[in-house]
Design a binder for this molecule. Structure first.
Ligand code: MG
Length: 382
């Protein structure tokens, strides 16, 4: 059976939220990010993009390109709150919803045709979100996730685009290969060097050549270029969480050991998140006493993959949970409510040095294994 999949994406989400709070920002070039010269741009308005500014650019450079831009320090909690409001509105109306990132959702509307026209329902939903939140949002509508996501991009700013069944390849053909999700900093220059700039060219190539040049990623790109994507829409509740547990050889009450163990587990899990390009918004701490009494406690947090942000929450939970000062046998940490997203979401709190340190550590770990490089806290006291 053919499916009906909708993708929606809030337009310049962080900027739009700031404009709800402060209408003076409307129509102006706005930069969101750390205010220090060593910070980076986490997000910027369309007006700022005209100056060549983009996210992840050093703030110092962005301010040189557009000195009149208004600089706003990002507010993580606020963005997560608005993100949740949008999710609630959608989940209220659509049964199968995947929150793909802080400002993106996929909706599986297959079979809803019988009761409602699903395109009409999509248009109404978009109006409802705009009316109830005041945030601009764009929608793409097609038979799969990839085509719908690309359609959303074409509908921006604040529009909607429906790709009728059978017209997917025609819709994609004239677009730049850059529009294909998954073609990024590495693959784009590679394909450009091969003289490929339009999706049409990819459509005309055969899949065997693509596999030869780019391996399995080449096959995936070829499929997307041809409008083929069988990936399902996966709600939070069906997604895997990620967790780690440590059972001590000897039950312990040593706060230093407990703290270091927790932080190492968080460090490893946060690395896994970043490697997979994901963010978490819910952490759980588990604690088992020597008498096997087991307690867990969880808390929500703004979407993140930063071990610094997560560690803070985890240590707070642990301190609340560890009330009995008894010997501990096991501790564990779990991340759930996972969405796709890059490190970008933490940019306003971090300096360029922090980000580069993290990225450099991650690259070493991807090559040589997690323990090849450790942060200071993970080392034993000498
Ligand atoms: Mg967006």
């Amino acid at each position: 059976m053919e499916r009906t999949i909708v993708h929606c994406d809030l337009d310049t989400f962080f900027v739009s939220v700031e404009r709800l709070i402060n209408s003076d920002l409307i129509g102006k070039p706005v930069l969101i990010g750390g205010s220090s010269d060593r910070g980076v741009v986490a997000s910027c308005s369309y007006e700022a993009r005209k100056y060549g500014i983009h996210s992840a650019m050093p703030m110092r450079l962005a301010r040189q390109l557009c000195p009149e831009a208004v600089l706003v320090r990002g507010d993580h909690d606020l963005y997560s709150k608005y993100s949740d409001i949008v999710t609630e509105i959608i989940e209220d109306k659509i049964p199968v919803v995947e929150k793909a990132s802080i400002d993106e959702h996929y909706l599986d509307m297959t079979g809803m045709d019988r009761f409602f026209g699903s395109w009409q329902l999509t248009q109404e939903l978009r109006k409802t979100i705009i009316k109830e939140t005041g945030l601009p949002i764009s929608f793409g509508f097609s038979k799969n996730k990839t085509v719908s996501k690309i359609a959303t991009g074409e509908a921006k700013p604040c529009g909607e685009r429906k790709i009728d069944e059978g017209t997917e390849r025609n819709f994609l053909a004239p677009l730049s290969i850059r529009k294909i999700p998954g073609i990024g900093e590495k693959t784009y220059p590679l394909l450009r060097n091969m003289g490929i700039s339009q999706i049409l060219t990819l459509q005309q190539m055969d899949v065997i050549t693509m596999r030869k040049v780019l391996g399995e990623n080449g096959v995936s790109i070829w499929n997307k270029a041809n409008g083929i994507d069988n990936n399902a829409v996966i709600p939070f509740s069906q997604q895997k969480s990620m967790s780690k547990e440590t059972t001590f050889e000897q039950d312990t009450i040593d706060m230093d050991i407990l703290r270091r163990t927790m932080l190492s587990m968080v460090d490893e899990l946060a690395f896994d998140l970043r490697r997979d390009g994901r963010l978490t918004s819910c952490v759980t701490v588990k604690l088992r006493y020597s008498n096997f009494d087991t307690h867990t406690m969880q808390t929500k947090l703004p979407f993140t993959s930063s071990e610094r942000v997560i560690s803070e929450k985890v240590m707070q939970l642990f301190e609340k949970l560890y009330s009995r000062r008894m010997l501990i046998r096991l501790i564990g940490v779990k991340f759930s409510n996972l969405i796709a997203g890059g490190y970008q979401a933490d940019l306003f709190n971090d300096t360029l040095e922090d980000i580069r340190l993290s990225e450099a550590m991650d690259r070493i770990r991807i090559r040589y294994g997690h323990d090849s490089v450790l942060r200071g806290f993970a080392l034993p006291n000498l």
